[in-house]
Design a protein around this ligand. Structure first.
Ligand SMILES: Nc1ncnc2c1ncn2[C@@H]1O[C@H](COP(=O)(O)OP(=O)(O)O)[C@@H](O)[C@H]1O
Ligand SMILES: [Mg+2]
Length: 233
């Protein structure tokens, strides 16, 4: 179980304190998929970065099976089983795709295994395993390779920030199939996409750094549309 208690995060903007996450409490269980949604700027990316330890909260606790994550670095959290796929992937100069898959899975994969991971995200493996993971790859390719890494790692807690971004050429069905195969872990997906929302055991709607609503998609749906209308108006 991942327990998030009274999480607060603020940044200093031109000398004034700007509160971005304003007291979030959540209990997330193994074997469940949670989709975090909400308007742009509501704090979704900030929340998942706090969970992974990319940034650190000002206040509050993060507990994974009673291990206090709050004081642990990103790498220690990764060792405890947290994986993270960024909204915008981070590229590494000089590292090949197959090396990244080895790092992610913590072992030397044979070609067959590496190919399997890449094939599951719709990439023809032989074209990619020896390529460097850098900006010579398109945004969509980087994103898919990052998803393949998350698969290779197979964490206890899998966090995906807008995984659909930049993969328009690859059918959603493949992406949703990927997620629905992650059955034992705690899966946290930031998304606005209907198909991904449909995978959620629980939808968590953020607004202004707080949880505005949570529940199953059916109950949340009317409010999602309400938000869309407000934005259009
Ligand atoms: N380092 C920062 N400095 C200033 N403002 C920030 C910083 N990080 C995030 N924000 C602001 O916090 C809000 C939430 O950001 P973010 O979590 O990225 O939103 P979302 O992912 O929901 O679109 C936004 O208004 C964003 O501009
Ligand atoms: Mg975001």
């Amino acid at each position: 179980m991942l327990k998030i208690e009274n999480l607060h995060y603020s940044v200093n903007e031109n000398g004034t304190k700007k509160e971005i996450i304003k007291g979030i409490d959540l209990t997330l269980d193994y074997g469940k998929t949670y989709v975090i949604t909400g308007p742009n700027g509501s704090g979704k990316s900030t929340l998942v970065k706090l969970i992974m330890g990319i940034i650190n909260q000002d206040e509050g606790n993060l507990l994974l099976d009673n291990i206090d994550l709050s004081t642990l670095s990103i790498d220690r959290r990764a060792k405890e089983g947290l994986t993270f796929a960024f909204q915008k992937p981070v590229t590494f100069k000089g590292i090949k795709v197959k090396d990244l898959l080895d790092i992610a899975s913590g072992k030397k994969n044979n070609v067959g295994q590496s190919c399997e991971y890449l094939a599951s995200v719709g990439l023809c493996a032989k074209d990619y395993i020896d390529r460097p993971f850098d900006d010579s790859l398109s945004g969509g390719e980087q994103k898919r390779i990052e998803l393949a890494m998350a698969l290779a790692k197979g964490g206890k807690v899998n966090i995906f920030d807008e995984p659909e971004a930049g993969i328009d050429l690859w059918s959603f069905e493949n992406l949703t199939k990927l997620f629905s195969n992650m059955t034992d872990s705690i899966n946290i997906i930031v998304s606005h996409q209907q198909k991904i929302l449909e995978l959620a055991d629980e939808v968590i709607m953020l607004k202004n750094g707080q949880i505005e609503r949570k529940g199953n998609l059916k109950d949340i749906m009317p409010f999602l549309n309400e938000n869309k209308c407000q934005r259009l108006m």
